[in-house]
Unconditional design. Structure first.
Length: 598
């Protein structure tokens, strides 16, 4: 079968003791005359990155800023985008794009997410939480229930979900991503799994991969599962029959025993009618390579997976290694790489920091994701690191040995300089947006702050990879990598503690939201109690924590001159709200004083 993917190794590093190489990862697509320019897929220069996404969208980037990034693909997590009614509701999935100008194109996942010009790489899970310090969008869901022979467990925004192989295949046939990762029994325990658990994981993953490869070419890959179900059904029937006979005669006769033996022979000849399936050979297939922390298991997983025809690339598992130190994790990654074919691309999750990426590149890893710039943005950090010689235009006196700065810090409030001198990103170019401005945006909780920070951090990450590719081509990878480590050292240990200024801003935002919710409840309550009609003039006072909804004159004054009960209660609640506000402010100040900066 011809692969729908094209991976070309353009140059192997000439340096000794390194497996680094430069290449191009692209789709084998034809562009006939009349093809819309939005449907021409980009290629990815390797070593390179897939853009990390949440629910199919790259965080903090608007569509126009997304297209300005020097990355050719997006990594989409199936556990984040699969709807609760899917695959059942796929009967309503349109055959072609509902957008009038794209009506001649199939309605695939690329069309659904408006990512027609980018390679959509669909994986089962969100692996950004392979690093312990990364904040997962659904906290508390990292510890999942165990997978079984029939399903894998997903952590979705709406809770835990079981995904069977049948549901997985239906989803792939309807979504039709450019590349999909095979269903696998991924180990996500918080401690090192035992040998039995690892062995079971490998057996399930290899079995599912064999079935997926059959289904991909239009064959029925579910025959083994259906045969197993039929065998279990017949065994249950025989046991029930034996119980009935034992209750009647207290012992099985010789004739019954012969009959049971005959039934056992019949079980070996069970025939399962194949079900015609729709092939999806235009979708690339990557296979996970696992084995956890056991060397023999990693070797077996790599060797068994490498034998499979139809596998276009490999995903090296690090989720099961998250409890280990980085050095130990990379050692196990190398064990897997030693038994995989060199001509196929390899993707690695869980390795994000620049110095760790450099080590993985030297091993022969081709693809990573952009979880690192995303996490920096979430923390209000801006990248300052560079690879190789200091870029032209950067001020040498501007503390460039720092790999990043935290724009939540008060010291940036009066710095009217770009984030990084000489940076070509949208935020820094032509000194459009200064550190002081972004500091102000963060403290006023304006989303433009993260838009600018994400654009800057993504640009710096893309420049880093571009310079790494150049160093591979000119044979200076090891020299520049050593210089990078000397200049910037190791990535600081990132904790989940928030900056004191961020704590204050989020507390104030929560307080404001409570007021808005109180105002909304008051208005709804007034309408429900026979207050103002839809056309009545409703005045909402926002000075108290529970806001009063004031209606017509009959709600304000009674005929005897006393205030209505509704009005009186609202005013009393407003007085109490002022006292509550003072308590909240004192608590916020106390938290800020007791918190240490990052």
């Amino acid at each position: 079968m011809t692969s729908p993917l094209r991976f070309q190794i353009k140059q192997q590093s000439t340096e000794t003791a390194t497996g680094a190489r430069c290449g191009t990862f692209a789709l084998s697509q034809s562009t006939p005359a009349g093809t819309d320019q939005h449907h021409v897929k980009r290629s990815i220069e390797t070593p390179g990155c897939l853009m990390y996404s949440q629910k199919g969208a790259v965080p903090h980037l608007t569509p126009d800023n997304l297209r300005q990034q020097d990355f050719g693909g997006v990594n989409v997590s199936l556990e984040q985008i699969l709807q609760t009614d899917q695959p059942g509701s796929f009967s309503k999935w349109p055959a072609t794009s509902p957008i009038p100008q794209f009506k001649d194109y199939k309605f695939t996942l690329s069309e659904y997410l408006l990512l027609q010009d980018l390679i959509v790489f669909c994986d089962l899970r969100d692996y950004s939480y392979a690093a312990e310090t990364f904040r997962h969008p659904t906290p508390g869901t990292k510890k999942l229930a165990s997978n079984t022979d029939y399903h894998a467990v997903l952590s979705t925004p709406k809770g835990i979900r079981q995904l069977t192989l049948e549901d997985y295949l239906k989803t792939v046939r309807h979504y039709r991503p450019d590349v999909v990762v095979a269903l696998a029994d991924t180990i996500a325990e918080s401690t090192n799994p035992n040998e039995k658990r690892v062995r079971k994981s490998l057996e399930r993953s290899i079995k599912w991969l064999d079935q997926i490869l059959l289904e991909r070419t239009g064959q029925d890959g579910t025959i083994p599962d259906r045969r197993l179900e039929e065998e279990k059904k017949r065994r249950r029937e025989r046991k029930e029959k034996k119980r009935s006979a034992a209750a009647a005669a207290k012992a099985a006769t010789e004739e019954e025993q012969e009959q049971e033996q005959g039934e056992g022979k019949e079980e070996e000849e069970i025939y399962i009618e194949p079900i015609p399936t729709e092939p999806w050979t235009e979708v690339g297939l990557f296979a996970p390579v696992g084995g956890a922390h056991l060397e023999e298991s990693r070797i077996r997983s790599a060797q068994e997976t490498a034998k499979k025809e139809g596998v276009d690339g490999f995903v090296i598992d690090t989720l099961s290694l998250s409890v280990l130190e980085k050095e130990a994790r990379l050692k196990h990654v190398q064990t897997s790489l030693d038994h995989l074919p060199a001509e196929k691309p390899k993707l690695l999750y869980g390795i994000h920091a620049p110095e760790d990426v450099l080590e993985a590149v030297a091993m022969g890893i081709d693809l990573f994701d952009t979880s690192y710039p995303f996490q920096l943005t979430e923390d209000g950090m801006a990248s300052l690191y560079y690879y190789g010689p200091r870029p032209t235009g950067q001020d040498k006196s501007n503390s460039q040995t720092l790999r990043s700065i935290n724009l939540w810090d008060d010291e940036h409030g009066d710095k009217f300089v770009p984030i990084l001198d000489g940076c070509g990103c949208y935020a820094c170019k032509d000194n459009k947006h200064t550190r002081a401005y972004i500091n102000h945006l963060l403290k006023t909780h304006e989303m433009l702050a993260t838009v600018l920070l994400m654009g800057h951090n993504m640009y710096q990450y893309s420049q880093f990879f571009a310079l790494v590719r150049e160093s591979i081509q000119d044979g200076t990878l090891q020299e520049k990598t050593a210089a990078f480590r000397t200049t910037f050292g190791k990535e600081p240990v990132r904790t989940l503690e928030k900056h004191p200024n961020q704590i204050i801003v989020e507390a104030a935002l929560q307080k404001r939201n409570q007021r808005l919710e109180g105002a909304e409840e008051a208005v709804v309550g007034a309408i429900g109690m026979g207050g103002p009609s839809l056309g009545a003039n409703v005045v909402v006072a926002s000075g108290s924590s529970s806001t009063a909804a004031v209606t017509g004159a009959e709600d304000v004054e009674m005929e005897d001159g006393t205030k209505s009960k509704k009005r009186h209660e609202a005013e009393a609640d407003g007085e109490n709200g002022g006292a509550k506000d003072e308590v909240v402010e004192k608590k916020v100040k106390k938290v800020a004083e007791s918190s240490s900066p990052l």
